[in-house]
Structure formats: structure tokens, C-alpha cells
Write a protein that binds this ligand. Structure first.
Ligand SMILES: O=c1ccn([C@@H]2O[C@H](COP(=O)(O)OP(=O)(O)O[C@H]3O[C@H](CO)[C@@H](O)[C@H](O)[C@H]3O)[C@@H](O)[C@H]2O)c(=O)[nH]1
Ligand SMILES: [Mn+2]
Length: 746
């Protein structure tokens, strides 16, 4: 019999009406202004006196081209603002535990030097401790390095879990990542209902001792071994596969603990076979888990993204089990949040705009982009398009590879709970983890996580959406997953270069969102994907606008309307409207004015460096000069560097390829401003040059920390003068040279 509970919805969705109205009004006004800008530029071109030398038009064209690119990216960006929504969900209305589906958890790690084993194990433990029926939870750890350290860590984590899991359930602990739990205790932040009970206090003490012993064990094991320092197994991995299922009866001290499965997987790697980085690792887990647990839903986590709240699986099920949306729903994405973000977040490590404004906006269309970690995906959605496979065994093998067991699992529609004989089962997984398994199959092309881009998450999500799947953005107040954000400039820029290369390559390959996407999904949704693929192009207008108007200021070439010209106000309006809209969004999503300025600055710094290198990298890959690479980020916490970040001080100890453009551009802006003011004082045409003058002032003001790092700061994070002085001198010589050429020509 149906009760009224059954008919209550598991989730609801609300359009943010006020915001929608405001956004659309802003889009209208800003677009009109952009229309006037184009009109002004085109008229100028048509009226330009023939007699003048063509060369004078070059800077003018470059600036116009920049304005067009900026407008293009702006238009794409508006799709996110069209219909932002928020969602509510009611896990208490879910069916009883025995009706919940099974869930597999995939965790990837690759490098024990950059990804400390203890932290990875903390992630594993937090996933095992999810508030979900233990027999329905299966945790898989992929170790791309095949490191004995990690394997040992998993064995120890399994032992510790037999203490940790019952402790968490008994006291309904919220923070189930041991490291986070114990450090919160130190900060006296213990909000457990049992805080005062003496049994709890005693148990807590005992569990703390167990954790310390577990930590010590991992540390000692590490000490006893010499680690291959330089990139163990990242690119040129060479090892055979290891698969180990943690066995139930290791520890007899604690009885009757229901434990989720825990499986360690290290796939086979050979230098001669491309391993496709994280996507390759996930696909191996996808196959192995299919013949072990074959759960219909999968949670994917990076090794540093621990579960900060045990309830996420139930939240996700509020969508996956909703009969109205479940048939087309591929994944439920949670925002990426980080545990080490400072108040003003100088590097925008939290990617504020992406995980608040943009993903909420896409949620009102067909759903957010897959974001690599913290999402619950439906296994069948990763099996490729069903109609193209048929039922012929030979065809299926061409699709999925030679494993009969795997094909059987697909045929079971991902709903079985296979009772496997633990020892006999390892033969098939070994085949599935071999590096030759995928040869001649559709893995990475149509099946599983896709290989054509190093941002496998974007591409996989994009193709899912193209195939008619949808996604949902789930954003509970308490962050469900917490990762380690990059908190030093060098890491931020290296990570950015990888991302933007990966994103831009999707804009120039066959999966271009504006062609491939447009014919397969609604316009606005494809514009959102297009923004992600093309915003690395910011590098072009930013380089242009940081040099051309300034050089022209120095040489007395006006590029913008005079102050007395009505079109002056159009430019002013566009500039202010963009800035104020950004400010409004920062404030609305919990940021401060400082955060707003910091975002402007890091956007400029990234645009002139890693956007540029990312685009170049993608182009070089396209013509076949470069190979794909995936340098994992550093997850080790460095106190000194963390301190700089917490104090809002930029850590300028960055690689020269990042430092040189910054010093170069700031020198150009300062010297052109000084030279330009001097020239205007002589000539007196200030109203013609005002915009260029203001532009230089604006850029210098926003990037003041670079000047500070050059001249004022004395700490370790300052800009090395050894690098800066030659760059500054070279820039000045170049400027003098430009001025000479200009004087020769006119
Ligand atoms: O060959 C590899 C390389 C990476 N990883 C794992 O992939 C995850 C992400 O790597 P990380 O170094 O943390 O990169 P980020 O730039 O922080 O990752 C973001 O960007 C990636 C795409 O570039 C996404 O896959 C991630 O989910 C997303 O958090 C980590 O768990 C790694 O261990 C592998 O398993 N094998
Ligand atoms: Mn990461």
C-alpha cells in the first residue's frame, strides 16, 4: 500500500527569479552597449581617411579584435546567467535501507611523493565510513604507481577501519575522515551529541591511540624504504598489475563489524602503452568493479577529496531514485570544496565562479559539467550508446574487449550483487587490468571515461550530455567533500596550464561544442560548454590590451573616443558594467571586496601565462609536436608557503616562464604611463588619450602586488631580482626601439 510518504517528492528545484530578472536585464543593457561599440569601430574604419598610412591601423585592428574576442567569451558566459536554480532534497523520504542500490567508490592516486599515503588512506577511510549500508558499499583504490607504500597503507587502513567504522556509527560522528576529526578535536570543535558522555571520552581516547599507531606504522614503513624520488611511475610507469581484496578476518579483536569491501588495484603499465592518466585508471576500476560488485552507481573521488559528511550517498539517491528524473540522469555532481582556503583566497583556488555561479546556471539548463571528483554516476551511462551495440557476442567484444565476465555484467544491466569466491575471482580482474585489454576496443572512445582530452571529466560529461543524458548539481550547506586546493602560485599556474590545454583542445577537435554540441543539445547548454572550451582564449585580448594601448599612449596614437565624444560613455559603461556585475556575483556568493580584486588580478595573471601556454600546448598537440601529459598537483602541505597564502602574500617563487611575462608587462605599463604623461604634458591632447591613460593606471593598480614583490618585499616569496632585472632592462631597450621605429615612420 502506498503511504503519503511515498508520494512526497525526493527533491525540488527552484528558479532564482530575482536573480534571473536582474541577470537578463544586465545582459540586455550590456549587449546594447556592445552593439554600439561595434558600430563605433566599424564607422571609424569606414571613415578613416585614405591618405593616412595603413600601418597606423594595425594597433587599432588589434584592439578591435581583442574587443571582439572578449565580447564572444562574454556572450558564451551569459548562458550560465540565464536560469540559475537551487535545489532541495529530502533524504528522510528515501526508501528503507534494504531497498537502496549498491554503490561503488573509486579513488585514484598516482604518486606517493606528491600524494602522501596517510592522506590517501584518510580519504579511503572516510569513504568506507559513509552512512550507507556497509554490505552495499564497495571501495576501490586505484594506485597508478603500484607503490608498496600504498598497498601497505591500504592493509593498515583496513585494520584501522575495523575500529574506526563502529566508532563513527556508534557516536554518529559527522566528520568521518580521521585526520579531519582529530584536528577538529584539537581545535575544540567537537559537536558530537555525546561530547560529555564518559564512555565516549574513553572510546575517543582509545581510538585516538589506534589512529596514532596507524599513522606511525605508515611513517615507519616509508622510512624503511628508499623511494624513487623523481616521478615514480607517473609517465613512464612500468609494472605489472596487483589486485588485492582486503580479507574479512584479519582482526579478531573486534567482532561483528559489517565492513564495506575494500579493493586495492594497481593496473599494469608499460612504457610502450599509453595509459591515459586518470581516465585510464578509472576505466580499469570500472571493469574490475563490474565483475566484483557491479553496483549501479559509482562515486568518483580524487585521492585528496575526503568525505566531509557521511550522508552524500543518500543525498545523491534523492535524485537517482526520483522516478521523474532518474531515467535520463547520468550523474549528481557536488561542488569541489577545499579545506585549506584562506578568507581572501588570492589565487582563487576555490574556483568560486565555477562552483557557484556557473554550475548553478547549468543546473537550470541540462545540468553541470562533470567535475572530476565528488560525483555519483550511473554505471550504465558509461557503457556507451546502447543502440549501437546490439546483442551479438562478437560485436560486444569489439566494443567492450574480450572478457566474457565483463560482458555478462553489462547484460545484467548493472544491478547484480555478485557473490564471488574471493580467491578464484582474481584471474578475470587481472585480465581486465592488463594494459593490452583495451586495444581494438571502444574503451576511452565510446565506453567509460574518454581519452581525447586531459580534462577527461569535461569531455566525458560533454559527450554524456550530447547523448541525451542530464546531470544535477547538489549543493548541501555542509560541504560533502573537501580536497586540497593549490595554494602557491607556481602550482596554480602549472595546474591551470594543464586544464586550459585540455579544455582548449576540446574547442579545436571534432568535439567542438559549437558544432558537435549544438546539434545534440540545447543552444544555451552548448554555449556553456563552449565557454569552458574557449575561455583560455582570454590570453589574446589580455596580452593585446596590456601592451598595444600603452605603446600607443607613449607614441601619441589615440585608440579610443575622446572624452567629449558620446561614445566615450559607451566604453566607460561596458568597463564598469562588467566590473560591477563581477562584484555583485562575488558578494552574492559570500565573497568580499578583496576577493573581487583578487579574482580580477589572478584572472589577469593566469590569462597572460597559463591560458597562453595552455592554448599553445593544445595547438602543438593538435599538430602532433607535443604529447599529452598530466603532472599531478602537489598535495603536501608546506607550512611556510601556507603562511604566505594565509597572509594574502603572493608566492612569487615561480618558474621563469611564468615570471617573465608578468614582469615584462608591468614594466611596459609603468614606463608607458610615465612616458605617456610626459608626452601629454608637452602636447596637451589629454582628452584623446584619457582611456589609454586610465587603462594603464587600472592594470598597474590591480597588479600592484607584482610591484610590491619586486621592490618592497624582503621575504622568501618576493620576485627574484636575478630574473627581474634582465627582463626590465630588455623591456626598456625594446620600448626605446619601438619609439625609434615610430619616429622613423611618422
Ligand atoms: O596518471 C594519473 C594522473 C592523475 N591521477 C589522479 O587524478 C586525480 C586528480 O589529479 P590532481 O593532480 O589532483 O589534479 P587536479 O588538477 O587537482 O584535478 C582536477 O582536474 C582533473 C582534470 O585535469 C580532474 O580529473 C580532477 O578530478 C580535478 O580535481 C588524483 O587523485 C590523481 O592521483 C591518476 O590516477 N593517474
Ligand atoms: Mn586535485
Amino acid at each position: 500500500m502506498e503511504t503519503s510518504e511515498d508520494t512526497l517528492p525526493l527533491n525540488t528545484c527552484h528558479v532564482q527569479k530575482l536573480l534571473v530578472t536582474f541577470n537578463r536585464l544586465h545582459i540586455l543593457l550590456h549587449s546594447i552597449a556592445l552593439g554600439f561599440l561595434c558600430y563605433y569601430r566599424v564607422c571609424f574604419l569606414l571613415q578613416y581617411p585614405e591618405t593616412n598610412k595603413g600601418i597606423r591601423l594595425l594597433p587599432w585592428f588589434l584592439v578591435f579584435a581583442s574587443e571582439i574576442i572578449l565580447s564572444f567569451i562574454w556572450i558564451l558566459d551569459q548562458a550560465y546567467r540565464w536560469c540559475p536554480v537551487t535545489r532541495s532534497f529530502f533524504p528522510e523520504r528515501l526508501p528503507h535501507d534494504d531497498k537502496l542500490p549498491h554503490v561503488d567508490v573509486f579513488i585514484c592516486t598516482t604518486d606517493p611523493t606528491k600524494e602522501p599515503t596517510l592522506d590517501v588512506m584518510n580519504t579511503v577511510l572516510s569513504a568506507m565510513a559513509l552512512d550507507y549500508p556497509a554490505q552495499k558499499l564497495h571501495v576501490y583504490l586505484s594506485d597508478d604507481c603500484g607503490s608498496p607504500l600504498t598497498l601497505h597503507g591500504v592493509r593498515e587502513a583496513w585494520k584501522f577501519a575495523r575500529w574506526w567504522l563502529p566508532f563513527c556509527t556508534r557516536y554518529r560522528i559527522k566528520s568521518r575522515c580521521p585526520k579531519a576529526y582529530f584536528s577538529a578535536l584539537e581545535n575544540d570543535d567537537d559537536d558530537s551529541d555525546f561530547a560529555r558522555s564518559s564512555v565516549y571520552v574513553a572510546d575517543k581516547k582509545k581510538i585516538k591511540e589506534k589512529y596514532e599507531a596507524f599513522k606511525e606504522e605508515i611513517k615507519m614503513f616509508r622510512k624503511d624504504r628508499v623511494l624513487p624520488r623523481d616521478n615514480p611511475g607517473i609517465t613512464a610507469g612500468d609494472h605489472s598489475s596487483i589486485i588485492e581484496v582486503m580479507q574479512e578476518n584479519i582482526n579478531n579483536e573486534v567482532d561483528n563489524v559489517k565492513m564495506p569491501h575494500l579493493v586495492y588495484v594497481s593496473r599494469e603499465k608499460k612504457p610502450s602503452h599509453p595509459h591515459h592518466f586518470k581516465a585510464g585508471a578509472l576505466n580499469v576500476l570500472l571493469r574490475i568493479s563490474a565483475v566484483m560488485s557491479n553496483s549501479p552507481y559509482i562515486l568518483v573521488l580524487d585521492c585528496d577529496m575526503f568525505c566531509n559528511d557521511p550522508i552524500s550517498a543518500r543525498y545523491a539517491m534523492c535524485f537517482h531514485l526520483d522516478p521523474k528524473m532518474s531515467s535520463s540522469l547520468a550523474f549528481v555532481q557536488f561542488p569541489q570544496k577545499f579545506h585549506n582556503i584562506s578568507k581572501n583566497d588570492i589565487y582563487d583556488s576555490q574556483l568560486r565562479s565555477l562552483f557557484t555561479v556557473q554550475w548553478r546556471g547549468m543546473d537550470g539548463l541540462k545540468g553541470p559539467v562533470m567535475s572530476g571528483t565528488g560525483f555519483y554516476i550511473k554505471r550504465v551511462s558509461l557503457c556507451g550508446k546502447s543502440e549501437s551495440k546490439g546483442t551479438d557476442l562478437q560485436k560486444l567484444k569489439e566494443y567492450f574487449g574480450s572478457s566474457n565476465d565483463f560482458i555478462k555484467s553489462v547484460a545484467q544491466n548493472c544491478t547484480s550483487d555478485l557473490a564471488y569466491d574471493r580467491n578464484a575471482l582474481l584471474e578475470e580482474p587481472r585480465l581486465l587490468a592488463s594494459c593490452e585489454y583495451e586495444i581494438g576496443t571502444k574503451w576511452g572512445q565510446e565506453v567509460g571515461f574518454l581519452y581525447d582530452s586531459v580534462v577527461e571529466d569535461y569531455l566525458t560529461g560533454f559527450i554524456l550530455h550530447c547523448n541525451g543524458w542530464t546531470s544535477v548539481f547538489c549543493e548541501p550547506t555542509r560541504p560533502q567533500f573537501l580536497g586540497t586546493g593549490t595554494t602557491n602560485l607556481n602550482d596554480v599556474l602549472i595546474q591551470g596550464t594543464r586544464w586550459y590545454s585540455g579544455l582548449f583542445e576540446n574547442g579545436i577537435n571534432k568535439y567542438c561544442p559549437l558544432t558537435y554540441g549544438l546539434s545534440r543539445m540545447p543552444l544555451l547548454q552548448s554555449l556553456c560548454f563552449a565557454w569552458l572550451a574557449y575561455f583560455p582564449l582570454y590570453c589574446l585580448p589580455l596580452w593585446c590590451l596590456a601592451t598595444i594601448p600603452q605603446l600607443c599612449l607613449l607614441n601619441g596614437i589615440p585608440l579610443y573616443p575622446k572624452v567629449s565624444d558620446p561614445f566615450f560613455f559607451i566604453f566607460l559603461f561596458i568597463f564598469l558594467s562588467a566590473l560591477i556585475k563581477h562584484l555583485q556575483e562575488v558578494l552574492l556568493t559570500g565573497g568580499t571586496i578583496y576577493k573581487w580584486i583578487n579574482e580580477q588580478r589572478i584572472w589577469m595573471m593566469k590569462s597572460i601565462t597559463c591560458h597562453l601556454y595552455g592554448c599553445l600546448d593544445a595547438l602543438l598537440k593538435k599538430v602532433g609536436i607535443r604529447e599529452a601529459s598530466f603532472l599531478p598537483t602537489n598535495k603536501i602541505e608546506d607550512d611556510e608557503q601556507m603562511l604566505l597564502y594565509q597572509m594574502d602574500k603572493y608566492d612569487f617563487r615561480v618558474s621563469n616562464i611564468f615570471m617573465i611575462p608578468m614582469v615584462f608587462l608591468i614594466t611596459i605599463n609603468i614606463s608607458c604611463l610615465i612616458g605617456g604623461v610626459y608626452r601629454v604634458l608637452l602636447v596637451g591632447d589629454w582628452d584623446k588619450m584619457l582611456v589609454q591613460f586610465l587603462l594603464a593606471v587600472f592594470l598597474i593598480a590591480v597588479n600592484y602586488p607584482i610591484i610590491e614583490g619586486l621592490i618592497i618585499r624582503k621575504d622568501k616569496g618576493r620576485i627574484s631580482l636575478l630574473v627581474a632585472i634582465p627582463v626590465i632592462l630588455a623591456t626598456l631597450v625594446l620600448l626605446a626601439f619601438c619609439r625609434e621605429i615610430h619616429n622613423m615612420l611618422y
